[in-house]
Design a binder for this molecule. Structure first.
Ligand code: F6P
Length: 344
């Protein structure tokens, strides 16, 4: 078969591992030919491609970023965009397309599937917020990077008797924050799923001070908000999928803590560090399983489906179900975090 591949949305560690696995299995076991579209859906609109073969995908397993580059191009917002994509598929004599991306990228795949295109999806996002899969690749690496940062913040916070607030990514879901916070032993964890209770945060920090710990670490998700406010954003501009650029809640939380407790408080925003660099072994493994399963789906003719991880098993679900709803953090993890804190 002739199979196209693209990576869309924010990059994340493990994209190259998916590409490599699908290409290696496709060429060596099915006799497929591949082409890669550059910069996500933009490459399909512009018919901008690169060859994907055993040579071009060699030595990329451990590389962060994506050899196909990426963009947040919303084909559905461009007049005649979907039709243009279908023309490109035809011009390249494609039998199928594997789109590696999160809910935005998959929303375009879904629209094309509804027009008869043969798309299959692979769930990618450090945010881990796609419904129907237990884990998206990239999440483990992002959490490892953030946890290492929190470990490092502990020693400097302790040396200076400071409170340090660490802001992590995750958009409207608190998966990175709650996992990093628990794994890194943060004293308070703030997620978008629960309005910020600044009084409670201050009580937790004061309790520590009163019991001999003169420093504290707070992890806050970029999408967390105060009960009476919206999310902290950088600028007014929205991206092509209508998302604001979330940033800055960490600094606001730090200022509130310092004002209310009198303890010196600093904030750190980890930002894109969480998306860069080499994928963890877990993400390389998951990405490889996803890439291999995606080319199997193509050959099984299961179009409109997304490969997912359920428990320890790779399965597939309808793309439209995966994008229907953002998967947010549940009470189990919120209660786990609470159970580790003193009752203030
Ligand atoms: O969706 C992944 C993500 O890293 C979010 O956590 C974050 O809000 C957003 O992308 C940042 O996007 P950009 O790279 O366009 O600044």
């Amino acid at each position: 078969m002739r199979v196209g591949m693209l990576t869309g949305g924010g990059d994340c560690p493990g994209l190259n591992a998916v590409i490599r696995a699908a290409v290696r299995k496709g060429i060596q076991h099915y006799g497929d030919e591949f082409i890669g579209f550059m910069e996500g859906w933009r490459g399909v609109l512009d018919n901008n491609t690169m060859p994907l073969d055993l040579k071009t995908t060699s030595g990329i397993l451990q590389l962060g970023g994506t050899i196909l580059r990426t963009s947040r191009t919303n084909v559905r917002k461009i007049e005649g965009g979907l039709e243009k994509c279908l023309e490109t598929f035809k011009a390249n004599k494609l039998d199928a397309l594997i789109a590696i991306g999160g809910d935005d990228t998959q929303s375009v795949s879904n629209a094309l599937v509804e027009k008869g295109a043969h798309c299959v999806g692979v769930p990618k996002t450090i945010d881990n917020d796609l419904s129907g899969t237990d884990v998206c690749f990239g999440f483990d690496t992002a959490v490892s990077i953030a946890t290492e940062a929190v470990d490092r913040l502990h020693s400097t916070a302790e040396a200076h008797n400071r409170v340090i607030v660490c802001e992590v990514m995750g958009r409207d879901a608190g998966w990175i924050a709650i996992t990093t916070g628990i794994a890194g032993g943060a004293d308070a964890i703030l997620v978008p799923e629960k309005p910020i209770d600044i009084e409670e945060v201050c009580k937790l920090i004061k309790y520590r001070h009163d019991h001999g710990k003169k420093f504290s670490i707070v992890v806050v998700a970029e999408g967390a908000k105060f009960p009476d406010g919206g999310q902290a954003t950088h600028g007014e501009k929205l991206d092509a999928f209508g998302h604001a650029r979330l940033s800055g809640i960490g600094q606001t939380v730090a200022e509130e803590i310092e004002k209310r407790t009198g303890y010196e408080t600093r904030s750190v925003n980890l930002g894109h560090t969480q998306r860069g660099g080499t994928p963890s072994a877990y993400d390389r493994m998951l990405a490889t399983r996803y890439g291999s399963a995606a080319i199997d789906l193509v050959h099984a003719g299961k179009f409109g489906r997304l490969v997912v991880l359920r428990g320890t098993e790779i399965q597939d679900i309808a793309i439209k179900d995966a994008i229907a709803k953002t998967r947010t953090v549940g009470d189990d993890l919120l209660n786990l975090a609470k159970g580790l804190q003193p009752m203030v």
